[in-house]
Unconditional design. Structure first.
Lengths: 504, 180
């Protein structure tokens, strides 16, 4: 081989060696890169696995939190609901049992350590719901410190020694708490669990619900108390209402007692003249009988009766006078009896207890009848100036009650005007009200007396004369009529009462 | 910088000047990674800049041309491995708008630590679009090259230039794309 050939071969070999070296380095880099990439891949795989595990844990935690929140929300809803105490306890047992994965649960009520009747010993069971199981409930309740009067402020968890009691169902844990109830009773909520381990974290959630439940129980107890008080109050109001009616009636009868002498006198007068007239009428009737007898005798003796003889007989008996006077006497008697009837009618309506029913009434009629009742107290020494017009608008009210108010005012006025004076009754009409003013020109009252005027049992009258209830009862009656009463009084000048009634 | 850029740069140089030249570059550059690049790794930005500086010296070209050429070449490579959502755009302006809102979002899903440039669009007409190129790496010429690569892909003729450039003393880089 020539030199040039050898040289060329050497160059080629160098070139190839160089290229092989470059390629070897490239392969080495690629191999290294592959190792790095594979290592990275493993790292990613591990990261993915760890992320996956972390996600699973987060999901489990989120599910647990969701269950806790659902439990809390449901328990809060139950507490806030209008469910009765018994329903609340039953719902709480079911909800809490489900949440804490207990195998069964129940609630019972004790008083002084002894079981009270408890809905036939209802027992909640996981996945089965409620059933009656007095044996299990009684056996499990023996594990509770029922006779110790302790009120727990949390849940108590205790292991069960199943030899100790007659429960043969493999329960390992008992979880319970209690709540004070009304009348020294205690409510217990109890759960039994066959799991080897209890989820301690869930106890914190149970604690929260325990707090809610305690508030719910307190609210319900307080509701029951409020209800009882409301019933008591309603009873008291009814009793007061009855007492008030009795008081009004008593005061009315007391007024009637004061009026009795005057009323008797009012009745006595007409009765006296009716009696006297009737005596006269009796004489007149005897005269008529005698005339009849005389005429019959003449007819029997003479077989006839001529006009001159009849006229002479009549003249002798003063028949014309008898006839005129008899008619006059009968008329007077009728009037007298009418007066008596009227007085009795007014008294009847006054003394009648009444049913308190309101109707359209005329104040004019009411005042008129009240004046008649009080008339005897007024007619001798006082003038009555009744300016009320007969056609004043009617108001909605109770006749008997308002009569009582006016009689009371008139009697007071008469007593304030000892020795004489004028009682004036007048009216003022506006678009919405009718004001009746009752004024006297009597002794008047000082400010202190005016201020106490409507206070029950306050009176300026001597013992036995006034009850001290008249004006306070009048005030109550007017209040019930939505009427207002105003008093103006000046010592030595007189007093006026304005009764302002709403118009229909 | 993500390894995909180094891997593609390696392929680009080898395709252009052969494996010996790449081998020579690595030998001269004395990089901490020894040029062992994987697409899943992340490498020091400076390694790319060192390699470009060496090429500029050895081949007597400007850094601008080097970046531009690599950008133009690498577009189709990146496009081929881009997530599916990146393939729905037919117009260059439409694609540029989608870079930030679609493509970079997809890139971030796979590479949460990737440091990506931001485009702030300044003006747009039917034929002209200008945007502010923001990147601490200041590879604005590389970006120009990418836009050219994109234009080749969409089959549109464009003129790409910078109205402002930090390498020319301006405060920012504004890239203008004009459809011709």
């Amino acid at each position: 081989m020539c030199d040039s050939g050898r040289k060329s071969l050497t160059q080629d070999r160098d070139k190839y060696e160089k290229r092989i070296a470059v390629l070897e380095r490239k392969v080495a880099r690629e191999k290294k890169a592959r190792n790095i990439a594979e290592h990275q891949l493993e790292k990613y795989s591990l990261e993915i696995y760890e992320t996956n595990q972390s996600l699973k844990e987060s999901l489990a935690s989120a599910k647990k939190k969701q269950a806790e929140l659902e439990y809390l929300a449901n328990a809060s809803n139950d507490v806030a609901s209008e469910a009765s105490l018994n329903e609340l306890m039953l719902n709480t047992v079911a909800l809490t049992g489900q949440f804490s994965a207990a195998d069964c649960g129940f609630y019972l009520v004790t008083k002084e350590g002894r079981l009270q009747s408890n809905d036939s010993y209802k027992l909640w069971q996981k996945n089965k719901g409620w059933k009656n199981d007095p044996v299990l409930v009684k056996s499990a309740s023996e594990l509770l410190p029922l006779n110790k009067s302790i009120s727990f402020d949390s849940w108590i968890v205790s292991p069960i020694d199943d030899v100790e009691i007659g429960i043969r169902e493999g329960y390992k844990w008992i979880t319970y708490t209690n709540f004070p109830m009304m009348n020294d009773r205690v409510a217990w909520i109890v759960f039994l669990s066959a799991d080897d381990h209890l989820d301690v974290e869930s106890l914190y959630v149970l604690e929260t619900v325990r707090g809610h439940l305690l508030n719910g129980i307190r609210r319900r107890i307080s509701d029951v108390r409020i209800l009882k008080r409301t019933v008591q109050l309603q009873d008291t109001v009814s009793s007061l209402d009855v007492a008030k009616r009795q008081l009004v009636q008593s005061e009315k009868m007391a007024s009637l007692g004061q009026l009795a002498a005057g009323v008797a006198h009012e009745i006595n007068n007409p009765i006296a003249f009716v009696y006297s007239n009737t005596q006269v009428l009796k004489d007149y009737l005897e005269d008529f009988i005698n005339l009849d007898k005389t005429i019959r005798k003449v007819l029997h003796d003479n077989k006839s009766l001529d006009e001159p003889l009849y006229e002479s007989l009549c003249e002798r008996m003063e028949l014309s006078f008898l006839q005129d006077d008899s008619l006059s006497l009968v008329q007077t008697n009728l009037e007298g009896l009418h007066r008596v009837k009227e007085i009795v009618d007014n008294l009847k309506s006054f003394s009648h207890a009444g049913d308190g029913v309101f109707s359209n009434i005329s104040i004019f009629d009411c005042v008129e009848s009240a004046l008649k009742i009080a008339w005897n107290s007024l007619k001798y020494e006082h003038q009555v100036d009744n300016q009320l017009s007969k056609d004043i608008p009617s108001i909605l009210g109770n006749m008997g009650q308002l009569q009582q108010v006016f009689v009371n005012l008139f009697m007071n006025a008469a007593q304030a005007m000892e020795g004489g004076g004028t009682l004036t009754i007048s009216q003022t009409l506006s678009a919405k009200t009718l004001t009746i003013q009752v004024s006297d020109d009597g002794c008047g009252m000082d400010e202190d007396t005016v201020n106490k005027l409507f206070t029950p049992f306050f009176t300026t009258k001597p013992v036995g004369i006034g009850t001290g209830l008249g004006l306070s009862i009048s005030f109550a009656i007017l209040e019930a009529h939505s009427a207002e009463i105003q008093v103006n009084s000046k010592i030595g000048q007189g007093t006026s009462f304005n009764l302002i009634f709403p118009l229909l | 910088m993500k390894g995909i850029v180094f891997v593609k740069f390696n392929e680009f140089i080898e395709e252009l000047w052969g494996i010996e030249f790449w081998d020579e570059l690595l030998d001269d550059a004395d990089l901490s990674s020894d040029g062992v690049y994987t697409t899943v790794g992340t490498y020091d930005d400076q390694e790319l800049f060192s390699l470009i500086t060496l090429i500029v010296e050895k081949k007597n070209i400007s850094p601008k041309d080097a970046q531009f050429a690599f950008g133009k070449w690498v577009f189709k490579e990146l496009y081929n491995i881009a997530p599916p959502g990146a393939h729905d755009f037919k117009d260059i302006f439409e694609f540029l708008h989608a870079v930030q809102n679609v493509i970079h979002v997809e890139v971030k899903k796979l590479n949460p630590d990737a440091l990506l440039p931001e485009f702030e669009f300044l003006s747009e007409t039917q034929n002209k679009l200008s945007f502010h190129y923001l990147s601490p790496r200041k590879l604005c010429f590389f970006c120009e090259g990418l836009v050219h690569g994109l234009a080749e892909h969409t089959g549109q003729e464009v003129k790409v230039y910078q109205s402002e450039c930090e390498h020319e003393g301006d405060k920012r880089c504004v890239i203008v794309v004009e459809k011709v």
